[in-house]
Design a protein around this ligand. Sequence first.
Ligand code: SF4
Length: 563
Amino acid sequence: MLHAEGPMLTVDVGERTAERIDIDDVLENTIGGRAAATALAHDRIPFDADPLGPENRAYLSTGPMQMSQMSFTGRMNMTGLSPLTDGLVSTNAGGYLSRNFTGAGLSVLEVTGQSDELLAIHVTDGPDGPEVEFEEVPELEGAEVSRVSGYMDTHHDLGPENCITIGPAGENLVRFASVMTFDNRAFGRGGIGAVLGSKNVKCVTFEGDSSPDIEIPDPPAMDVHREAATSDDLFRRQGTTSATEFINDNFSLPTRYFDDYRFERIENIGGDAVEGKKYKKGACSQCAYACKLPTKDEIRGVETEGPEFETVYSFGTSQGVDDIVDVMISNDLCDELGMDTISAGVTVAAYLKSEDEFGNAELAHETVEKIAHREGIGDSLAEGVDRCHEDLGVDNYTVKGMEFAAHDGRTLHGQGLSYAVANRGADHMYGGMLGLEYAGEVDPEGTLGKAETLAGLENHNVIRDSGIVCAFGGEQGYLTEERVAQLLDADYERLQEVGARTVARERHFNNKRGKDVVDDDLPYEIPDLAEAVQEYYEARGWSEDGTVPDASVNSVAPAGADD
Ligand code: SF4
């Protein structure tokens, strides 16, 4: 089985020390990316850690595919204990970081401890492996993401493609703060930006010429790349927004904070509206598919990337906002301030509902700023819907503390089941029954009999996020299961086992923090949910209370773990 190569660099920002640790055993058993980081997080973060305390650890990890010239591989993974869900989360971003990260000669970066001063960490490839320099950066306190990039350009001749950065939201411990790279690509879900903020880490840079010796199987690599480069999919022009109208027509697009299932003015903010603002192509490293959406509006002076579909939902339909430029402004604010657009947008929507102000984009923009700086009502909203809904007097539309992605589980019942059991809550990238239900391959009605399919999809998504390959390569049909197995040089069944072990490790960690069947629930009714959850546990081999027996989770802790 192909896997990432290189040591883990563990950096204690409190002690200002760094150590290279051989994690070959972990990589050989996990591929890399999310599966490797989850195994490390499971074994190295104390089960009772405070997500915003020094003992939490944030992981940035690569897979073997980041050494390829193939499309759909410009991705990186981050993992840690989430201040939003209080469990392990992994989140994935595109951009151009991956080649600089592997160039610095490591497979995983682990950040632990807590610094007294705001820091930038510089990782480079030294003669004996990755090396670290610490730089105190008090002048970057409160800086927005692009200002940090400007600083790194001026002082270190590094671009945004060399950096991961947090904005003011991360520094202010907003529970859904993102980690940004390339200025506008987000490790969005679960608040890992607040974890770096709690450690007083503003930015980490990566630079070097290391080149791990990983041979990517071809075929299929160049076939995938050629097909990506020559495709005439609508997705290449409109990216994730290309399906907005279809999803709306399927009554799966929550509107006005879940009051409705479709938005009556969708044409104002859907795929055509976004394409109308697109002024050039955008991509991630090596990706000829180039689905990204650089947009601008000269009249109102906004230039951003996106909105992606999920932001059309969170800052558009969810808030009753029907002007694409208003959604672009919200998108840009979230990128600069460093916040997940889904959680931020849904939280603002909850606030607009409480104020009877749906459609008030100006108030939405003001509220986004207040959240990032924890000013006034923003201080409460920065805690997320789960923790502030009672103060607002609105329903709690979250699972395990995470705000819902768009694809409405009240219509797509298998997707609802997926949200209910997912270890990281209401995240559409975790399971993905939505694709089968939209396509009619699985009847969207009902939950029974879907658990095994769901478990297989969850496992597949671990493989995807560990490889690491882009979800859109699979969704659009270029990275089939067969091709993923070829690329990773392994039987697909063996890869599925890696996926299942990773999901079990996440679950086991969360069990140790007190999560069980009670947390595998939804804030709304769908048919036979409790029975379907039991079917899911059976498919996974877990107990009826939603727990994983200790004996079934093997430790893979490498030498050097200090707890
Ligand atoms: S398909 Fe789009 S998001 Fe995925 S790697 Fe390519 S450009 Fe990036």
